[in-house]
Design a protein around this ligand. Structure first.
Ligand code: DI6
Ligand code: FE
Length: 394
């Protein structure tokens, strides 16, 4: 397949190529560059004229809780009348209420609830996404969530990376006994899920209402023993030192990071840890502390942008909206927002075969009814996707 006369946002040193072409073969990018440089040998079969349309790498949503039972509209109402997210969590609502709904749902129920959410992301040009467990908090339901995530990838043309998030919250039956929960449920669930091939990475929620850095360190030690990469929900509501812990463990990413400091940014830069910015949660919680974007830039910390799609703090089913919010709320440039949902999102998942338009990478592309990359972040509530190309079908 040969795409001609497109504007290519390559995410490589070649930058933006006006009047470019991309050749695809056997699910991979064979060649990308200016029309003027197109090798004769490629100017043959199955040509599609893009008529100047923008081409980007297919988008990557590197942080979602897409598989879950029920919704939290009632909690939304409570927060609007003054209750804080932490108040609700301490009163047994919040994450724990989604746990009740998720435990009650069969594998098929969870699948049926997840599919429309997945389809909406695919319709925005997403080819790779991450899905976390963490609403089961018992061995059986954590495994069920991950099995559903794996099944979704068989039902739709999309690549899914699974993340084990057993250390998301302490379930009601272990209230006040977080260490016992980790020992008897979380770590055995991780080992069982890994044995079943259900885990690509391990995550945790390091927060006053969840787990301390010492407790997360136990989970990370187990991940290391299983040779699994780690990532962490860190510094979302307060500064507890999770970002530092994540960097010290060579984490793929530290996510949220609103309360991270310049020192944290330096540690992340040294470790190559990506800062995953989640403006949907910032917005929904009416948070006022924005992540230290200037420090991330100054120290060369790659920034990714994701939906955090979840029923509590980010019931947002649009990565394009996340890009807009990252610009408007966190002052990313539109170029940074695009790198955040392509190149840097791939890195946050430990993937090096996607996220840019370059020879050898997967032929995962998004073609837009747009002239310039900034248009993707500028509009909101509008989807300009013309066509998505999913590598292995190309
Ligand atoms: N931080 C979040 O924003 C989500 N999980 C987390 O650790 C929220 C999950 C929820 O409220 O259901
Ligand atoms: Fe999250």
């Amino acid at each position: 397949m040969l795409l001609i006369h497109g504007t290519l946002a390559t995410q490589t040193d070649l930058g933006l190529i006006r009047d470019g072409a991309v050749a695809l073969r056997a699910g991979r990018i064979l060649w990308a560059g200016a029309m003027a440089d197109l090798p004769d040998a490629l100017a043959q079969d199955d040509v599609t004229d893009l008529q100047g349309r923008l081409v980007t790498p297919a988008l990557i949503d590197c942080h979602t809780h897409l598989v879950h039972g029920g919704n939290r509209a009632r909690e939304f109402e409570m927060r609007l009348s003054g209750a804080s997210y932490e108040d609700i969590a301490r009163a047994g609502g919040g994450i724990v209420s989604t746990v009740t709904a998720t435990r009650a749902a069969s594998e098929d129920d969870l699948l049926a609830q997840a599919l429309p959410r997945l389809d909406a992301l695919i319709a925005e040009g997403i080819a790779t996404l991450e899905i976390k467990s963490g609403y089961g908090l018992d061995i059986e339901t954590e495994l069920r969530m991950l099995r559903v995530a794996r099944r979704l990838a068989q039902m739709r043309p999309v690549r899914i990376r699974t993340t084990f998030l057993g250390a998301h919250a302490v379930p009601a039956e272990y209230r006040g006994r977080a260490d016992a929960y980790l020992e008897t449920v979380c770590l055995p669930a991780l080992r069982a899920a890994h044995a079943e091939g259900l885990v690509d990475a391990v995550d945790g929620f390091c927060e006053g209402i969840a787990f301390s850095p010492d407790q997360i360190a136990r989970v990370f030690a187990e991940a290391r023993a299983l040779h699994l990469p780690v990532k962490l929900h860190a510094e979302q509501l307060s500064h507890l030192g999770g970002t530092r812990l994540a960097a010290d463990h060579g984490a793929l990413s530290a996510d949220h990071v609103e309360y991270a400091t310049e020192t944290d940014a330096q540690a992340m830069a040294r470790a190559g840890t990506v800062a995953v910015l989640l403006p949907g949660a910032f917005y929904a919680l009416r948070e006022t502390q924005a992540p230290p974007v200037a420090a991330f830039r100054a120290h060369g910390v790659p920034m990714a942008v994701a939906t955090d799609l979840n029923p509590g703090t980010s019931p947002m089913n649009s990565l394009l909206l996340a890009m807009n919010m990252a610009c408007t709320l966190f002052r990313l440039t539109p170029d940074e927002a695009l790198s955040g949902v392509t190149l840097h999102a791939a890195r946050a998942l430990g993937l090096d075969d996607c996220g840019a338009i370059a020879p050898g990478l997967r032929a995962d592309l998004a073609i837009w009814n747009a002239d310039h990359p900034a248009e993707l972040s500028y509009r909101f509530g509008f989807n300009p996707l013309h066509r998505r190309i999913f590598g292995q079908d190309a």
